[in-house]
Design a protein. Sequence first.
Length: 242
Amino acid sequence: MPLGDGLRLALTTLTVLPVRTGIVDRRSAAVAMSAAPLIGALLGGVLAAVFVVLGQNLVAATVTVAAGALLTRGLHLDGLADTVDALGSYRAGPAALEIMKKPDIGPFGVAAIALTLLIQAATLTEAGPWAIVAAWAAGRLAVTVACRRGVPAARPGGLGALVAATVPVPLVLAAAALVAAGAVWAVPGRPWQGPAAVAGALLVLVLLLRHAVRRFGGITGDVLGAAVELTTTVTLIGLTLG
């Protein structure tokens, strides 16, 4: 069934859970990319529990961010580094994609990973458990938005080609509305701040996707990883302002 296959694909793509994959095609990919915010909320729930158990301090924030990387095998951080390296090269098209495929990480990529982890840990010290759930759900909502109809793949093969343009726009809008609604409780006493943080992060995401399409010709698996980390981080910043 596409639903079962898609949920298994979402878990194996977005987490370290050793779930046996079913049929992997564009139908199951559409389900997986649509379910990404749900997987993000589940991850956020686990990380929020870690944060609370460890005392909600700086050490707890650092361990929580590290746990987030471990639970996703660091794939999103790797995608962030590769995407930033390619963008930092000022090359476009196949030349930029070739840089993205290289196994090593350049200085731009190293700086991007370091700053992202630092900002995430710093913002968690000011955030509550529900803010973690909201931010991680928003981060995976980025996958749904990036895979909406109308956004092409940069390459004919790979993860980007499998998932690009698989999610109908109405489903994207519904997922965004649900994540924004869930963020109402992210900042106690400020019900507007959570949805505003999600909306602001999605605006930044759209700019990234437009730039990726212009420079690379579309999205790749690495661009999806960068989208996740960027959206998660910007959401956390928005949730902790003020």
